[in-house]
Design a binder for this molecule. Sequence first.
Ligand SMILES: Nc1ncnc2c1ncn2[C@@H]1O[C@H](COP(=O)(O)OP(=O)(O)O)[C@@H](O)[C@H]1O
Ligand SMILES: [Mg+2]
Length: 263
Amino acid sequence: LGNLVAGVAHEINNPVGFIGGNVAPAQEHLQDLLSILSLYEENASLPESIAEQIEDLDADFIREDFPKLIVSMKEGCEVIRNISTSLRTFSRTDTVSKTEFNLHHGIDSTLLILKYRLKANEQRPAIEIVKKYGDIPKVKCYPGQLNQVFMNLLANGIDALDETNEGKTFAEIEKEPNSITIATELSADNKQVIVRIADNGTGMPEEVKARLFQQGFTTKGVGKGTGLGMAIAYQIVTEKHGGMISCNSKVGQGTIFTIMIPR
Ligand SMILES: Nc1ncnc2c1ncn2[C@@H]1O[C@H](COP(=O)(O)OP(=O)(O)O)[C@@H](O)[C@H]1O
Ligand SMILES: [Mg+2]
């Protein structure tokens, strides 16, 4: 799937490039045509039928609206390009050998993919993302796999926030906003990169915490939870990277996961 996604993302870049590249000349051409139209309107005695058509066209409105339209097309292209870059970063399939990878890029691309789940909706305001990125070096790792870990942890954080919101009004949630904090730092001995992902969601009771990393363990309803996310994260961090993953959680306060990856 990773290969497929990366391939599609790559294929999308080309046509988006054409569109983005043509927008500016299209605007210039239109500007030229509109100025000629103005000159005609002012200087030529046009046949009645044409003059009427120009009036119907509402050329003034077009003059005003078209540049705005172009700007939003440009922005649209930029958004697509960012998504495509993120998909490629996110779905990196290096599994043969480890490569140097900037974990911040991995986290950012994962956040972009989760954007639709983070943004505001009718039930709640947007989830606040607080980034406390430290000065960390690149890490020798399997980037696609670590991105999967970030995805699983962030998705669980969002699930926990959704759960904590149940029965609360929009205004109540706004007073105590949903938030996810992502902090990175280098360990004191410089040997590990530490990533912390914290949410102020439901938190976990002891019996959940004890089974958290068990394959198939879920507290979520059918169709919502698979109970695989944390087991996979555990395997990727510990077995594939020789790192550590641990969790600190208080019911009613929230959860913080700490991942340590050796450099
Ligand atoms: N951030 C979190 N806050 C509260 N509970 C969590 C959090 N992360 C994981 N859990 C608990 O751990 C369980 C297992 O998580 P996971 O393996 O990702 O499976 P799933 O999300 O499919 O249920 C979840 O069902 C939930 O009860
Ligand atoms: Mg999960």
